[in-house]
Design a protein around this ligand. Structure first.
Ligand SMILES: Nc1nc(=O)c2c([nH]1)NC[C@@H]1CN(c3ccc(C(=O)N[C@@H](CCC(=O)O)C(=O)O)cc3)C=[N+]21
Length: 301
């Protein structure tokens, strides 16, 4: 391996420490930042993220609550939960865990969240604000990727960036953030012709397709910075007690990419921990904005 490892866990730990300091400051001003996570159904993988978010918010000194609805919850019940949280002055951030069961209209739910409390940055108002260069709540995963890129590369101005994946939660907002930092941005996706050739042009590659190991070293320009957003849980044998062992792999084939890249994020320990750190940062930012308190520097885009 020749690439520098970009350590998302260590970076996230620094953000958590900053957030905890700033939480102490706003608490002295009489406010406690509060995050509400809404979970519909019992997806075990989702439950893990929700627990980890709850733990980190408590460590940072924030108020944290979980709202669990059954898998067959109605659209009305979910909308009522969101309305209650919108009206609750103790709550500054609302996250509705995605994906929702298919009988529910996720867009309607997201757009019912008060944009000022939309710490995921998925509300149409925040999407529009980001796209037009105004102050927005910025989606946590792309924000975490941007922070790592800036730290590793300094200025992104004029660099060729290729984002693989066009989702509303990663690909599109990632492209907007890179554009705002004056990178030359290409959004590639499953219909892109000769994807390897497109990716080979990139100084910055952000892989967010959800296909384990799809990006291989022969796609990477020597010295490029590779951000692997994929978190794919793969079967990896059977444990002594008969249950399945799993391991997480990214969208990039780590070994072959790391042999060519200048720097790369690992999975696990890269983008994932930064996503949670940025969720706390966004909750703090939302709290400061709601109460007219000075916003912490370096925790927003
Ligand atoms: N509205 C909404 N917002 C989200 O941000 C959101 C969501 N829905 N639905 C589910 C996905 C998934 N997600 C992760 C965050 C952190 C890790 C993370 O920290 N992963 C660790 C490993 C954890 C493990 O070992 O399982 C790592 O990559 O190192 C993973 C996944 C946020 N999501």
């Amino acid at each position: 391996m020749t690439a520098t490892l970009i350590d998302g866990r260590a970076f996230a730990a620094r953000i958590h420490a900053r957030v905890a300091e700033e939480v102490a400051r706003v608490k002295r001003a009489g406010v406690t930042p509060g995050l509400a996570v809404v979970l519909v159904g019992e997806d075990p993988a989702s439950a893990v993220y929700v627990r980890s978010k709850g733990k980190r918010t408590h460590e940072a000194g924030m108020h944290s609550e979980e709202h669990r609805l059954p898998a067959d919850a109605s659209q009305t019940a979910l909308m009522e939960t969101v309305a209650r949280l919108n009206a609750d002055p103790a709550i500054h951030g609302i996250l509705v865990q995605l994906p929702l069961p298919t009988h529910l209209d996720a867009d309607a739910v997201i757009n019912a969240i008060d944009p000022a409390k939309d710490v995921d940055g998925f509300h149409i108002s925040n999407v529009g604000l980001l796209g037009s260069g105004q102050k927005a709540m910025v989606p946590c995963t792309p924000l975490g990727c941007l922070m790592m890129l800036r730290e590793h590369l300094g200025s992104l101005s004029g660099r060729e960036a290729v984002v693989i994946g066009r989702s509303n939660i990663v690909g599109k907002p990632m492209a907007q953030l890179l554009l705002r930092d004056s990178a030359t941005v290409t959004i590639a996706h499953s219909r892109t012709r000769d994807l390897p050739a497109v990716v080979r042009r990139a100084d910055i590659v952000v892989a967010a397709v959800g296909r384990p190991g799809m990006v291989t070293g022969d796609w990477i320009k020597p010295g490029a910075t590779v951000i692997d957003v994929g978190i794919n849980r793969m079967p990896a044998g059977v444990k002594d007690d008969g249950t399945l062992r799993t391991r997480l792999v990214g969208d990039c084939d780590f070994d072959s990419c790391a042999a060519v890249a200048g720097a790369i994020t690992p999975v696990p320990g890269g983008v994932g921990p930064m996503t949670i750190a940025c969720l706390l940062a966004n909750t703090l930012t939302a709290c400061c904005r709601a109460h007219g308190l000075a916003e912490p520097e370096g925790l927003t885009a």
